[in-house]
Design a protein around this ligand. Structure first.
Ligand code: F6R
Length: 612
């Protein structure tokens, strides 16, 4: 995780770097820092805590001097090696403070490099893996290499994952950067360049962006940039791409935080995910991103979905959808497990990766693993141009816009909407649910709005239940993945212990936990399995457990069973997960707010998980 930024240009470099770090704060927020050259001096400013702390410290610096640095690098940290202390905050530097480095990723062989450098007399003042980089650069420079050569040589010594930006007093008008398995882009402005972990960090200054690939290093100076693939020892010509990006989408507006804003974007998210993809005149689904593989798709007899966290739960909904609508067997695997499994794999299996950020290290590794099998790789990704989007052979973008709260909300809505379209596309119109579902998708934004209109009553319930320490989420069929996602949402932002279970599994163990202090969230919208879920609720009530239920509007029976009920509009079973998810998101949100938690930045988490 962590976010990195680098600026070289005409303006006060601290402004774009700080603005970039704010945009990247979702990647880590335990400490932040900048390094810059001003005249013949180098400066490092670091702070423990949020980027706002760094803002205060740099403002102090700017007040104390008339100097406006034209080159700077910055970092916002999510600790991997070493506690979140001032010393461990980036940038890291060599002993005479002439070389500065920011790094996102993990250097796996840092211990070995560190002992080799220590044997040469280098002293280490942090517990980070990153600190080996400035010292190694220093070592090669002292051996007589020019900084660019030393940089390439250092990269060749590093194992693991990195996006690195480095500056050196030896060449104070140049930034050196590189990536391997951690994202890095270069924003190209008029007479200025901004390096960053993702494009949102540069959009205020330029919408022209160069995506760097693995094993590429870039040397940026005042007039140009040069890219080199260090594995093939070849220079690479890559012009900038122009991105369409609405800055307003990334702003908070009148909302108190991004999570609430993003939950409220659900209706628009459904519209954007279906826009231009449902052709009402012909009653068909058109997925431009799959057109290039349409013939290969006919020979697919199995799909393996790989994803993590919330995206994995969206994948479970996708499994139910694709199997029911298209009749293709689907297996959903946690990317972190999949990459280490040795299962038989054939070319007729397609791998479908789901990811909001498009940068999740485990999901990327899962896709890389199947490269040798010749399997088709499809992406359902939100972040345009991200690593997963570029690695896959084909894909369908979610078009949910930037998601900034750490807990995923609108991305889940978009992922399930897109998976519904993919399932319909794969069915080739063979399912009798085809037309009804197209109609339903068209009406869904209005139903989502109806749920959002009940936010106040969901808030009251969430506040009432926020004093419980334990929660079970249960559901059957399409409601089962929703139960898993509901439990994740509650625990990650409120820290209340919550577990998701298939309702039918209660009697196989979890029922033992139930007593009056253990609450259950029963997801029980209308459908074939409703009576069976009723029985589960009865069993919980009989043991004194309080129950909150989600049910379909008009269901009076549930009131006799559950202590509290939240209603969703009537909907087909296949689209219920989208509506249910909005309720679960609001419930978790209001419970966490009541408990005084920082909903956008939950403790110990970061949004883009670019380390294993
Ligand atoms: C939970 C959450 C995470 C992500 C997971 C995968 O709210 O946000 O569980 O879903 O880290 O991230 P992506 O979708 O970016 O691959």
């Amino acid at each position: 995780m962590c976010g990195i930024v680098g600026y070289l240009g005409k303006r006060n470099a601290l402004e774009p770097v700080i603005s970039g770090l704010k945009a990247l704060e979702y990647r880590g927020y335990d400490s932040a820092g900048v390094a810059f050259f001003s005249g013949s001096d180098s400066q490092v400013i670091k702070q423990v805590g949020r980027v706002d702390e760094l803002v205060k410290a740099t403002a102090q610096y700017s007040k104390s001097t008339r100097r406006k640095p034209k080159i700077a690098i910055g970092h916002t940290r999510w600790a991997t090696h070493g506690a979140p202390t001032l010393a461990n905050a980036h940038p890291h530097y060599n002993s005479d403070k002439s070389i500065f480095v920011v790094h996102n990723g993990i250097i796996e062989n840092f211990a070995q490099i560190r002992s080799e450098l220590q044997a040469l007399g280098y002293e280490f003042i942090t517990q980070t893996d990153t600190e080996v980089i400035p010292h190694l650069l220093d070592h090669y420079v002292k051996e007589g290499m020019a900084f660019e050569e030393a940089f390439e040589r250092t990269l060749n010594d590093l194992q693991g994952a990195y996006a690195i930006a480095a500056i050196s007093m030896q060449s104070p008008d140049t930034i050196y950067a590189a990536r391997l398995s951690s994202p890095l882009i270069l924003g190209v402005g008029k007479g200025e360049y901004i390096l960053a972990s993702d494009p949102t960090a540069v959009m205020e200054y330029t919408k022209d962006v160069v995506y760097l690939d693995d094993y590429e290093m870039v040397v940026v100076n005042r007039n140009n940039y040069r890219i080199k693939n260090i594995k093939r020892s070849k220079s690479v010509k890559r012009p900038a791409e122009h991105l369409e990006f609405d800055l307003e989408q990334a702003r908070l507006g009148d909302y108190p935080n991004f999570m609430l804003k993003e939950i409220h974007e659900a209706p628009q998210t459904i519209r954007s995910a279906t826009l231009g993809r449902i052709i009402p005149s012909s009653g068909t689904v058109k997925l431009g991103g799959l057109e290039s593989v349409v013939n290969q798709l006919k020979f697919i007899d199995r799909i393996v979905i790989v994803a993590c966290g919330t995206s994995y739960y969206a994948g479970l909904v996708g499994e139910y959808l694709i199997e029911e609508l298209a009749g293709i067997p689907v297996e959903v695997q946690l990317a972190s497990e999949f990459k280490y499994r040795s299962e038989p794999f054939s070319r007729s299996t397609a791998v479908l990766a789901i990811s909001q950020s498009g940068e999740t290290a485990d999901t990327l590794a899962a896709l890389k693993k199947v490269e040798d099998y010749g399997a088709m790789r499809i992406g359902v990704v939100n972040a345009v141009g991200s690593s997963i989007a570029r690695l896959t052979d084909a894909g369908v973008y979610c078009h949910a816009g930037p998601e900034q709260a750490v807990a995923s909300t609108k991305a889940f809505i978009a992922q399930v909407t897109v998976l519904t379209l993919i399932a319909l596309h794969l069915s080739n119109g063979s399912t009798k649910l085809f037309k009804p579902l197209l109609k339903e998708l068209d009406e869904l934004p209005k139903k989502a709005e109806a749920i959002l209109a009940q936010a106040d009553s969901i808030k009251k319930l969430a506040e009432k239940y926020s004093s419980y320490h334990d929660f079970l989420y249960i559901g059957r069929g399409y409601a089962y993945p929703c139960a898993l996602e509901g439990a994740l949402k509650l625990k990650e932002i409120s820290y209340i212990h919550a577990e998701g279970y298939a309702a039918g599994e209660m009697k196989h163990g979890p029922l033992a936990m139930i007593d009056k202090k253990f609450a259950t969230f029963a997801i029980a919208p209308n459908g074939n399995l409703l009576d069976k879920t009723y029985s589960n609720i009865e069993e919980i009530k009989a043991r004194g457990g309080p129950v909150v239920a989600i049910a379909t509007k008009g269901n009076k029976n549930i009131k006799k069973l559950a202590n509290d009920v939240i209603y969703i509009p009537e909907a087909m079973e296949q689209t219920q997960p989208i509506l249910v998810a909005i309720v679960l998101q609001l419930f978790s949100y209001y419970a966490a707010v009541k408990m005084g938690k920082n909903v956008d930045r939950p403790r110990n988490l970061a949004k883009s998980v670019t380390v294993e």
